[in-house]
Design a protein around this ligand. Structure first.
Ligand SMILES: [Cu+2]
Length: 245
């Protein structure tokens, strides 16, 4: 009797913990750190790729899972003395499930390949969009970010960018590995000591975008936040001009 009480409580506790774990990410879906909410051209592109992958993966999940369940029921042994039909191979089926995934994976690979340059470096060089690109150097160190603007001045922790302008970012670190990511503005990129990495962000509308260091870098990792303010070009120019540093 006592044992069943303990078992019941354990089951309830496990159920609550499981439900909590399922619900914990919910606030993220509404926040501006969810890349699926879009935010600008690069993130819209990432979302497109994500959705194509999600659709393909869902079709595979439903198709394979459905086939397993169907086969388990349809071809089950119905009585103890019955031996279900034994199948030892099917060349056409095997060819189909080899070629099918190959074609899907090749298509997804090409989809990634044609977009990775854009997500790393922004619009194609020579195009009008590329000509207005602004370059900002991002330097990570324990435990804050420094943003260097084209005029040589810099800001700490908060980056101001003009809206609807592609921003080419180069990242580096002065100590350990950090990770720069503002999920609504572009792809995640590591900031490494001794190596310069490139990424591209762009805000599609004015506002404040949040990010943080995405590589555990020490005891102050949680304070290594990023605030990006997307403002008009006039406000941006005035901001960088009036930076004292
Ligand atoms: Cu860090």
């Amino acid at each position: 009797m006592r044992r069943s009480h303990t078992g019941g409580r354990l089951a309830v506790a496990l159920g609550v913990a499981f439900a909590g774990a399922l619900l914990a990410p919910l606030p993220v879906f509404a926040s501006n750190t969810n890349f699926l909410n879009g935010g600008g051209p690069p993130v819209d592109r990432i979302d497109l790729i994500w959705n194509v992958f999600l659709i393909c993966a869902s079709v595979v999940l439903v198709g394979v899972g459905g086939a397993i369940v169907y086969a388990a029921f349809r071809f089950r042994r119905r009585s103890p003395d019955e031996m279900p039909k034994q199948v030892h191979g099917n060349s056409r089926l095997e060819l189909a499930w080899t070629l099918g995934p190959f074609v899907v994976l090749a298509a997804l690979f090409v989809l990634n390949l044609v977009n990775v340059g854009y997500l790393r470096h922004g619009p194609t060089p020579g195009t009008p969009a590329a000509r207005q690109e602004i370059h900002i150097k991002v330097v990570g160190r324990q435990f804050y970010w420094t943003f260097y603007y084209p005029n040589g001045k810099y800001s700490l922790r908060t980056l101001e960018i003009p809206v609807n302008v592609p921003i080419e970012i180069s990242t580096e670190s002065l100590d350990v590995i950090h990770g720069f990511w503002v999920p609504n503005l572009g792809a995640k990129i590591d900031a490494l000591p001794g190596i310069v990495n490139h990424a591209f962000i762009e805000a599609g509308s004015m506002g404040t975008y949040n990010g943080q260091c995405y590589e555990f870098c020490g005891v102050g990792h949680d304070q290594m936040l990023i605030t990006v303010k997307a403002v008009s070009m006039a406000q941006y120019l005035s901001y960088v001009q009036h930076l004292t540093t």
